[in-house]
Design a protein around this ligand. Structure first.
Ligand SMILES: [Zn+2]
Length: 221
């Protein structure tokens, strides 16, 4: 008798055929905790009673039981009756399904937590502030004010200020402001150009001084 089969299945006499006579066989028991399922299986039909290979007998029994929906393991506690086996399969499918659902939902939750939503009260406060500091579409913001400064002042995202300004007021920098900046730059450029003749004169002087300095040093040697 084989050691493999005798430890994995319970050898006994089991009823066989229409007359229910007892023949050599095994009892397969479900190894799931709290499951009492056990079925008899005649196995004497192919055993010649002596020296049958244990692995072949195990394969024969396993195949017979698997045809009936069992999961057969290599130890007595690893067997599962058809009911427990399909329950375990469904649990595994559910687990993998939950895992993939979580994978797609997690980033969404993070986004939801990070993205503040602009309330009507936020809109009102930003609008009132813009109304105070924004002059008009031609001039733009009053001196020193920008989207950034309004956002910092109110403690709201800069994008909200930009949105409300564009919706209700005008460009961040008005035409007037740009014109003023251009005029200032032109004036600065003119002043630098004015220095050009003086710079030429000074450079020529430097050349002269350098030459006479070289002659003085020659005399001193
Ligand atoms: Zn079971």
């Amino acid at each position: 008798m084989s050691n493999v089969v005798s430890t994995v299945f319970e050898h006994t006499s089991v009823p066989y055929g229409e007359d229910g006579r007892l023949v050599r066989g095994i009892i397969a028991r479900c190894g799931a905790p709290n499951c009492e399922t056990a079925v008899p299986l005649p196995v004497n039909l192919m055993a010649n009673g002596r020296g049958m290979d244990g692995n072949i007998e195990w394969q024969f029994i396993a195949r017979k039981l698997e045809q009936k929906g069992w999961r057969i393991g290599k130890s007595a506690t690893a067997h599962r009756c058809p009911k427990c086996f399909s329950a375990a399969k469904f649990a595994a499918i559910r687990r993998s399904g939950e895992k993939s659902v979580n994978k797609t939902e997690q980033p969404l939750q993070v986004v939801r937590e990070n993205a503040k939503v602009m309330t009507r009260e936020d809109r009102r406060i930003i609008f009132e502030k813009l109304n105070d500091v924004y002059i008009d579409g031609k001039i733009g913001y009053g001196r020193g004010w920008t989207d950034e400064k309004v956002a910092n002042d109110l403690g709201v995202p800069r994008a909200w200020v930009k949105l409300l300004r564009e919706e209700n007021f005008g460009d961040e920098v008005g035409n007037e402001d740009i014109r003023e900046q251009a005029a200032e730059a032109q004036a600065a450029l003119a002043e630098i150009r004015k220095l050009e003749p003086d710079m030429r004169r000074l450079l020529a002087l430097a050349d002269k001084v350098e030459k006479s300095l070289a002659e003085i040093q020659k005399v001193l040697k």
